[in-house]
Design a protein. Structure first.
Lengths: 202, 335, 335, 202
């Protein structure tokens, strides 16, 4: 699954770069692609025994290879959710909800952004909430991820109406209105690739 | 846009190789990461680590040396270095006296240096941080401003303080004080191009300029038609003065920094007006530097920086410093 | 094209004013002419006067200082200085030991310095001249070649020799020897613009480059499509080697000089290849400098310079030198 | 008369600059105009008692103000011809021929160029010869200057067929073919302005 995420991120390089360039510095696509290449290579060579290791390795590799704001932010998003999680052999809705619940907190703590600041948090937090809700409702993994994707998508839309509080768009003020946040877009893309992978591999 | 590179992905590594190949007597690469260190740092001093995205040369790679930084952590073009890189550089320069991080206040740099400092703690290395926040138009609140060419002056004070053997807390205090006294404003004349990209970094009509533009092409506060040098300089000074509030008899160090393709010839013409302006206001210019220390590839434009000085800051400003791209010798006496 | 100037006719005077305003501790203007002198030249030495057109900054105005030039005579943009200017600068720096003129071999400079030297003779000042002729593609005959970035190295030797107290004849001999051992080649990537002009200095298609282009946009030897840095650098090196004929075990000083808008990042990438090339041929690189000393406004491109060194030249090359734009400290020992 | 020459040179600034820019560095117009402004100002303020002084002041001012190759070359052209000339109150054909005969030698000695090197010598030497011939034939000043102008003009045409031996066009080789020399054009312009002035002030 993570290899598919990596592939999709690499394919979206130009799209993400373009979104970042509207109100940022245009390197988000390149950064994410670097991270994706790094974790793809690592996941292919290392044998990860459990869910925790996959998330951790993915996050660590992003943090190590990317640099920029998103290296730490997305690195933390992947590795920050499994720190306190008992080792899991398989991924179910409860586990995924727990991971993203923790990781959302970790990213918020690290980046000091909240919903409404026009960052990837605007997609991550609702997606994480959607997972929690789906877990409460006993939904299957595919449906839960689909809910998260939809919530993230709405989050991306939401960022269009916001002025930025963090990152390079901060100084733009009102001029950032109308443009979606690049990092939020990546969050949506990640949930979308998870769902598409599950669709194909069911 | 033509850039003399081989491939985009190799730029930073090849640049570092080329730097070390030129200056291997004095600098070495930090293994496995995009970092370099100065070879001759005097023993038992606080380490100074600077860093940031590549693409602003000579900063950051060219600002390590005697009385300056001991190590430099580099990111990709316009991207903050990774925590790993910063950590390895930190380990290379630490002499048990702790390490001070100095970098411009950008989200990416803050995040990565913060993670690095946590990792350093695990390795039992004390770190402190000063974020440079000199660009007066980028935010109302001093701490929220971004860092531009004033970096060079803050580093000068930090390097001087560390070279004088002060402990980490003192080096940090003085460096933070330098930053508190630091005010810059820039103007963009024409966009640069990021290597590997085919489009310029931003659009600016042929006859317009933008006040307050950032060093990654971040938007400024307003545009106007191109103006004669004196008029343009005066407007920037007035804008800067609104925030800096320089008083008569105050002492300042001045930096006129080119952004890439603006020539030294033009920077001198700007400096001429800056000095006249200071003189008219009885502002005492202790020292001036006209150079292109912090660039944005081949971008056209420049910035003006004032650092207010008191006796304490002057003392560390005057400590000799030397790198291939920044030198400050013993201050000559004026006649 | 936007240039930060007030009016074309005032450029040189205002530039000099801005330079002196920045560095008045160490430099002063020569009254009535477009010239400057270094204030702290040690007594009883041979004077070194350099000069040429304005527009190549930091050369020439930025190359006076300790162990470098004592005086600089400036012309208008890309035009040789007048005999008057040269004479006044000569009179200001002469200490009774005579004065050496160093300048790039261009018709205008030759004519004006020749007249100046006749005028100096009338004033009882001995002068000698070394014309820098490093651009290997500009002529078959060494003496007919034009002078480009290699100027900086020739001046370094001259300054070192004069600072060592040698008499005029010896300073001249060593300086001429430095020039005899000097070989450069340049490549143009994009035209610069002369201040006040609206047209670029020459035309070059977006994807083409020109080998051997001069520092005023003089045509080179051939054009090609833009190439990756390593390939381009290798071709230039092969072209240079045809004339320089560097032998295995020979020692050289290397200068990678940017022409204006080409970034230091790119110059480092070029230097990486240059050093590899030298290493493959067992050519011993004694010292390397990567900088933009001799520019052509905002022109894109760079040049590669080799100066062959023997023990005698190394001795004067290693004499410390310092100006705001060129420094050479005591050579650090490599590990 | 010299004030008129100055005026014409200043008017021709762009034209001369354009010619220089084809195979030189494009500053010949600006340089000549600077020189013309300088000698015009000086001639207006100083009272020159004789022909010698006018030529000398003109040349000295050009040499002082212009820089570049042409500062010395045209400075020498004006001041180099009167060095050994007994003081003259009025200008006649003999005097003019003598002045330009001397000055041509002075310029050649200074610049080491001869006819055929694609410099102003290609206009100056024939113009000087024409003056000598006219003097020999006892022609009046106006006709002599007209002859010189015509000879200079042919010299300019001649430079189009030459490769340059001096100045910035030197390295161009064959590529300089087809373009006239800027300095030669100035020589022609100077004789032309003399003639036009005489026409108007007869
Ligand atoms: N403090 C933060 N908290 C959460 N996300 C952030 C923060 N700062 C930046 N981001 C995210 O990072 C994205 C930008 O990433 P990227 O372009 O790779 O880095 P950079 O800003 O260094 O160029 C933004 O779109 C935003 O979503
Ligand atoms: N050695 C020389 N002898 C005679 N004329 C010369 C010589 N060198 C240059 N010139 C003349 O000077 C003209 C160029 O003048 P100008 O453009 O003002 O100077 P520069 O070459 O310094 O830019 C040429 O067109 C040529 O006629
Ligand atoms: Mg970005
Ligand atoms: Mg970035
Ligand atoms: Mg010229
Ligand atoms: Mg010319």
């Amino acid at each position: 699954m993570f290899l598919h995420i990596g592939e999709e991120i690499i394919n979206a390089k130009d799209m993400l770069g373009k979104i970042d360039s509207e109100i940022g510095d245009g390197d988000h696509g390149a950064g994410m692609a670097t991270g994706a290449e790094a974790f793809t290579a690592k996941l292919q060579e290392a044998s990860c025994h459990n869910v925790n290791a996959v998330f951790k390795v993915t996050g660590m590799e992003m943090m190590k290879s990317m640099g920029g704001a998103s290296g730490v932010i997305f690195g933390t998003m992947f590795s920050g959710g499994v720190k306190n999680l008992p080792a899991k052999e398989t991924l179910d809705t409860n586990t995924l909800a727990a991971i993203f619940g923790e990781s959302t907190e970790a990213v918020k703590k690290r980046g000091k952004a909240s919903v409404g600041d026009k960052t990837m948090i605007d997609a991550l937090e609702p997606a994480s909430e959607a997972l929690k809700k789906a877990a409460g409702e006993g939904k299957g993994l595919y449906d839960s991820v689909a809910d998260a994707e939809e919530a993230a998508n709405q989050g991306v839309e939401y960022t269009k109406n916001l002025e930025a509080k963090f990152g390079r768009a901060k100084t733009l003020g009102e001029r950032a209105l109308g443009f979606q946040d690049a990092g939020a877009t990546s969050v949506w893309l990640i949930f979308k690739s998870m769902r598409v992978w599950m669709e194909k591999n069911e | 846009m033509k850039k003399v590179i081989n491939q985009e992905a190799a730029i930073v590594d090849e640049m570092i190789e080329g730097f070390i190949a030129a200056y291997s007597n004095d600098y070495k690469k930090v293994p496995d990461v995009k970092g370099i260190t100065y070879k001759h740092s005097s023993p038992d001093k606080v380490g100074i680590v600077i860093g940031g995205g590549t693409g602003h040369e000579p900063l950051f790679i060219g600002a390590a040396g005697e009385g300056l930084a001991d190590g430099v952590a580099l990111g990709n073009v316009f991207a903050a270095p990774t925590p790993d890189t910063i950590l390895e550089v930190t380990k290379s320069v630490d002499q048990g006296k702790g390490v001070l991080y100095i970098y411009g206040n950008y989200a990416g740099d803050v995040l990565n240096f913060d993670v690095a400092s946590e990792l350093a703690e695990v390795e039992d290395i004390d770190t402190e941080t000063v974020q440079v926040t000199d660009d007066v138009v980028s935010a109302e609140e001093k701490e929220e401003r971004r860092g531009i060419a004033g970096d060079m002056f803050v580093l000068k004070i930090a390097g001087g303080a560390a070279a004088s053997g002060l402990p980490l807390s003192e080096v940090k205090r003085l460096t933070a004080k330098a930053n508190d006294n630091l005010f810059s404003i820039g103007v963009g004349l024409s966009p640069g191009t990021s290597p590997g990209k085919t489009e310029p970094m931003f659009e600016l009509p042929e006859d317009e300029i933008e006040y307050g533009l950032g060093i990654h092409g971040e938007k400024g506060i307003r545009r106007s038609k191109m103006k004669p040098a004196d008029e343009l300089t005066t407007e920037l000074l007035e804008e800067l003065q609104k925030v800096a509030g320089l008083q008569s008899d105050e002492e300042v160090a001045v930096l006129i920094n080119g952004l890439g393709k603006t020539t030294l010839m033009e920077l001198f013409i700007v400096n001429r007006k800056v000095q006249q302006w200071c003189e008219e206001r009885n502002i005492n210019v202790y020292d001036t530097d006209v150079n292109s220390y912090c660039t944005t590839q081949d971008m056209g434009g420049f910035s003006i920086t004032f650092m207010k000085l008191d006796d304490e800051l002057k003392k560390y400003f005057d400590v000799p410093a030397a790198s291939p791209y920044y030198t400050r010798a013993n201050r000559g006496e004026s006649e």
